[in-house]
Design a protein around this ligand. Structure first.
Ligand code: CA2
Length: 144
């Protein structure tokens, strides 16, 4: 089983700034933790600060061997119709993750335009949200 993780703008700063919001684990350690928790799953990670690169990455997943996508498009979640359109072209299970509790934060974060293109959304559980998303993929992809 192959799962793609995509992280959007500024998430390369995880663990380096604003630990009170995003925690103190950096992105590499978060991905390593996921791989350790799910040794049976091939986990690929892609992070970009650029909308078009994320669209390109999602397009490359179409027709690939990837079984599921876990995406945190970061701030792009709130306004990127380009990512929404790309996600809609990809017919595999997709989960949107937000590390922070976006509904307790500024109003512009309360709306995700990309979420409707995903099977589900996990928000506010810190980096554990990625683990929950992969766990769901594991159960969902095996039973479908
Ligand atoms: O809670 C999330 O995961 C977000 O997707 C993170 C985005 C934010 O714009 C969304 O509203 C919610 C921001 C990512 C910035 O990541 C940082 C991580 C550490 C330090 C500074 C920024």
């Amino acid at each position: 089983m192959e799962i793609q993780i995509i992280n959007g703008p500024n998430l390369n700063m995880l663990g380096k700034r604003e630990p009170e919001i995003y925690g103190s684990t950096n992105l590499d350690d978060m991905v390593e933790g996921l791989k350790k928790s799910f040794p049976e799953i091939k986990i690929d990670h892609f992070q970009s600060n650029h909308e078009g690169e994320i669209v390109d990455k999602i397009q490359r997943l179409v027709g690939s061997n990837t079984d599921g996508l876990v995406i945190n498009a970061a701030s792009l979640s709130h306004y990127s119709y380009a990512i929404f359109d790309a996600l809609n072209m990809l017919y595999i299970p997709k989960i949107e993750v937000h590390i922070s509790q976006i509904y307790q934060r500024e109003e512009f974060r309360h709306k995700s335009v990309t979420a409707p293109a995903c099977n589900g959304v996990i928000a506010g559980l810190g980096i554990y949200g990625y683990h929950m998303a992969v766990q769901w993929m594991k159960v969902h992809c095996q039973s479908s």
